[in-house]
Design a protein around this ligand. Structure first.
Ligand SMILES: Nc1ncnc2c1ncn2[C@@H]1O[C@H](COP(=O)(O)OP(=O)(O)OP(=O)(O)O)[C@@H](O)[C@H]1O
Ligand SMILES: [Mg+2]
Length: 274
């Protein structure tokens, strides 16, 4: 990524260990420029969620720890901050599995996202209207208990709740998980809209490489705790290895997703990237 880009988040060579012994991230570095959508791609257990947790400081609750490297928000080291302090700096995570409070209504769920706001009821009400504007489905379901809404509506509710804090940056973990393709598309369209119109920066963890690269500006591919490739989203979409291993459109019709590390062409490409 160009050095002149206005970098909002800089993750520099972080190592993360769970329970003092399980080494999961083995030196992950990435940049998120202000106002962009950056995708963090990779299969099951690659370390996407762990990376997001490291940034939003949710690792402690999982007995995880950043043991090497640094994380900077606008040049300020943030590894030692609490989750609440991160929210105050405008960084908020939407957790995997669309966590809503099942027994609360959609509107009450959204309102829980505003608890850190200190700018008064009128400002919060204005944000609520804005969220309803972006997510008209939530407006129609505002009085429904979250438990009785669809998976897509719950994902929208989880994102909407994060927006109620007026964030600068949202860390969005697997929004497509378990959703039908047209609902995934609807959610991603709204994410892109929030990015362009509200200038919300997104770091988006996804297994759904195809969809994520259609909406992201830049992508990083994570395998087994290491970034194995990164590039402009359009270039990654057209990259033969990415096509073969992550988009399922490559020439040799292999079963499922192989690892980059298994192929010669990747080793060759890796030398070019080095
Ligand atoms: N709390 C934890 N304690 C111990 N190990 C963990 C913990 N959370 C995750 N791990 C391990 O860390 C590795 C990376 O997990 P992580 O959840 O970050 O992957 P992911 O890329 O988000 O995967 P998925 O796409 O399945 O969500 C996995 O091997 C996982 O088993
Ligand atoms: Mg995950």
């Amino acid at each position: 990524m160009s050095a002149s880009a206005n970098i909002l988040l800089n993750v520099n060579g972080i190592e993360v260990i769970y329970n003092h012994v399980i080494l999961v991230l083995k030196g992950v570095s990435l940049n998120v420029p202000e106002g962009k959508v950056v995708a963090l791609l990779g299969g099951n257990g690659a370390g996407k969620t762990t990376t997001l947790r490291a940034v939003s400081n949710l690792l402690a609750g999982e007995r995880g720890e950043v043991t090497k490297g640094s994380i900077e928000l606008r040049g300020e080291r943030i590894e030692k901050l609490s989750t609440a302090e991160m929210v105050n700096r405008g960084v908020i995570q939407v957790m995997e599995g669309r966590h809503c409070f099942a027994h609360l209504t959609i509107e009450d769920n959204l309102m829980t996202g505003a608890y850190t706001r200190k700018d008064g009821k009128a400002a919060v009400a204005a944000t609520l209207e804005k969220v309803y504007n972006y997510f008209p489905r939530l407006k129609t379901r505002r009085t429904s208990q979250a438990a009785y809404t669809s998976g897509g509506e719950q994902q929208m509710c989880a994102i909407g709740r994060a927006l109620m804090a007026n964030p600068k940056m949202v860390l969005l973990d697997e929004p497509s998980m378990g959703l039908a393709p047209q609902i995934v598309e609807e959610v991603f369209e709204i994410v892109k809209d929030l990015n362009t119109k509200e200038r919300v920066t997104f770091l988006l963890a996804e297994q759904n490489t195809n969809m994520a690269l259609r909406y992201a500006d830049y992508g990083y591919i994570l395998e087994n705790g290491r970034i194995v490739m990164d590039g402009v989203a359009k270039d990654l979409r057209e990259n033969e290895d990415v096509k073969e291993f992550y988009l399922g459109t490559g020439g040799s019709g292999g079963e499922g997703r192989k690892s980059f590390k298994d192929v010669k062409s990747y080793k060759r490409r890796k030398r070019w990237l080095a």
